[in-house]
Design a binder for this molecule. Sequence first.
Ligand SMILES: C[S@@+](CC[C@H](N)C(=O)[O-])C[C@H]1O[C@@H](n2cnc3c(N)ncnc32)[C@H](O)[C@@H]1O
Length: 218
Amino acid sequence: MAEVNLLNKLPRGKRNVNARAEAKSPEVIAESRKYGELYFDGPRTYGYGGYRYDGRWVPVAEDMIRHFGLKPGDRVLDVGCAKGFLVKDFMKACPGLEAFGLDISEYALMHCEPETVGRLHLGNAKKLPFPDNSFQAVISLNTIHNLDRPDLITALREIERLAPGKGFVQVDSYRTPEQKALFLEWVLTAHSHHYPDGWIELFNEAGYTGDYYWTIVE
Ligand SMILES: C[S@@+](CC[C@H](N)C(=O)[O-])C[C@H]1O[C@@H](n2cnc3c(N)ncnc32)[C@H](O)[C@@H]1O
């Protein structure tokens, strides 16, 4: 289990924390948590403000392929794959790599990248419909923190079950009280967030032995 920044090469978008904080309400949060059109392609208040493919995941996929030593014929799963951008870029970065995704959002899957049709499954991170040890790597980016603690532990055990020691999860975190305050202004969908120590404790409780990194609002 190691802390490793596999999203190092992803361009960082500008976040208008003040605008988000002003627009946030229980209704907006409830709408965002439906992971429908408003969340992906509606105004920024509800989430992404337009979630479109632009190839930015290719260098990330290359780093993940290198990190896990993936090769053609291997299977990789992206839990919380949304419209399949990373799944597409895994296949671009390593032709012959069998990349798949799973997401709870029917909207995202219905608007997926054409190359990923048939590779994306509708489902919940807490119950992955695949056999034990069936993937050479399982990735989950900014997704499992949307579960509450018991479900999150279940989701981590699922990742571990599919790819023992070959997971990578990226989750919401903060290293200082100032970063935590900023995060709380920004957050819409996450049910779970911790300082890195809290996350590591949770990983241990789940028996998760894969790698991890943090999404920090700065
Ligand atoms: C912040 S987006 C991240 C999307 C993508 N992984 C990325 O990093 O761009 C969170 C994604 O998690 C999905 N999601 C939320 N809860 C989920 C759950 N319980 N099981 C599977 N997917 C979930 C949402 O539909 C959404 O696509």
